[in-house]
Every structure is written in structure tokens, then in C-alpha cells.
Design a protein around this ligand. Structure first.
Ligand SMILES: [Zn+2]
Length: 210
């Protein structure tokens, strides 16, 4: 029994502060991004999202983590899993570059979808405790200007899930958002699915040929 408690606390189950456990998971980010983007597209164009923008949205909704997590946890280049890709300064630069490219290649809808995904990720990583006036956990927004709280060392995304995952009200809300988004996506005609399928089929075709 003693051993168990020791092992658990060494892995941070007990000594992680409450706020750092209020984590938005990948499916939560995807759900929020899709709901926002679907509302935007229906209002702006009076139709559901198209395939390529839907894919750009999905990538954008994970982009801050795709930048920070590997660079921090696998390659040790960044000091933490919420740093560069989660900062407002990076977002400003990224949005400028994305829109410059979108205008250049006449893909404004794709660019807007990516930006909505990225920005909604950065905003929804703000812990819900800010609603109660506790702003700890928001330091990443001003990285590298503001000093960051120390982070539990994690070996990767799977280790992060094993270390931090706890099924509480915040996690249930995220499953709810994901489920709602999945229903809306289905009713929108599942944009992006056909495109990904044809890509996979083409990949299989070239593999069969070679
Ligand atoms: Zn994140």
C-alpha cells in the first residue's frame, strides 16, 4: 500500500495543482473548432463547410500542440508543452503568414478555417478556473515575455494522458462538445471524409502498382 502511494505521487497524480489538471484534450479542441467553423460557414455562405477547409480546420485545431509537444517533450527544444505554439505573439505571426499564403493561392476559406482552428485551440487551453478569477495557467499566452510555471516532465502525449487524465466534469463537457460536433459534422454531410478516403485509396493504388 505504501509502495502504491509512493509510486503514484512520484508520477504526479497527487501533487499536480488543480488548475494544471484542467486540460483541454485533442477531441475537445476538435469539437469546439468544428462547432465554431460550422456556425461561421452556415452564417457566411449559407451552406455547410467544404472538404479542404474542414481538413485545414482539423489540423489547425491541433496545431499549437503539434508544434509545442514534440519540440518540448521529444526533442527538448522548447521548455514546455505550452510555449511557442500557444503564445499570442506566435498566433499573430502565424495568422499573418497563413493569410498571405491564402490570398496568394486564392484559398481564403482554407486559410480562415486553419486560423479558426488554431485560435480556438489557444483560447480553449485557458483553464476554466479563470471564470472564478484565478488566472494561473494563462501564462502561456504571453510566452516568452512572462515567466512560465514549472511543468511536470512528461515523456510524450501518451505519458501525458496517463499522468494527467482524470475523468471529471471538465472532461465530460469535452466529450459532450465532441459528440455535438460529430452530430453537426454528420448533418453537414461529413465534409473532408470523402477527400481523405480518396487520398487513402490513391495511396493504396500507388502501393499496389509499385
Ligand atoms: Zn494546447
Amino acid at each position: 500500500m505504501h509502495l502504491q502511494v509512493g509510486a503514484a505521487s512520484r508520477h504526479g497524480y497527487f501533487d499536480v495543482p488543480r488548475t494544471s489538471r484542467e486540460i483541454m484534450w485533442p477531441w475537445g479542441h476538435l469539437g469546439v473548432a468544428y462547432l465554431l467553423y460550422s456556425i461561421y460557414t452556415h452564417r457566411r455562405f449559407d451552406r455547410p463547410p467544404s472538404a479542404l477547409p474542414a481538413i485545414a480546420l482539423a489540423i489547425g485545431s491541433q496545431f499549437p500542440d503539434l508544434v509545442d509537444k514534440p519540440l518540448a517533450w521529444t526533442f527538448d527544444v522548447l521548455p514546455g508543452g505550452r510555449t511557442l505554439g500557444h503564445s499570442i505573439f506566435f498566433a499573430i505571426a502565424l495568422v499573418s503568414v497563413v493569410y498571405a499564403l491564402a490570398i496568394r493561392f486564392d484559398r481564403l476559406e482554407v486559410g480562415t478555417a486553419f486560423v479558426i482552428g488554431h485560435v480556438s485551440h489557444v483560447i480553449t487551453d485557458i483553464p476554466p478556473s479563470v471564470l472564478g478569477g484565478d488566472f494561473s495557467g494563462t501564462e502561456y499566452l504571453l510566452w516568452p515575455v512572462v515567466e512560465q510555471p514549472p511543468e511536470e516532465p512528461v515523456g510524450g502525449i501518451l505519458d501525458a494522458i496517463l499522468t494527467y487524465y482524470a475523468l471529471g466534469p471538465y472532461e465530460i463537457v469535452q466529450f459532450g462538445l465532441f459528440a455535438a460536433a460529430a452530430i453537426v459534422w454528420y448533418r453537414d454531410g461529413m465534409p473532408g471524409l470523402g477527400y481523405v478516403r480518396s487520398l487513402l485509396a490513391r495511396g493504396r493504388g500507388t502501393k499496389a502498382e509499385s
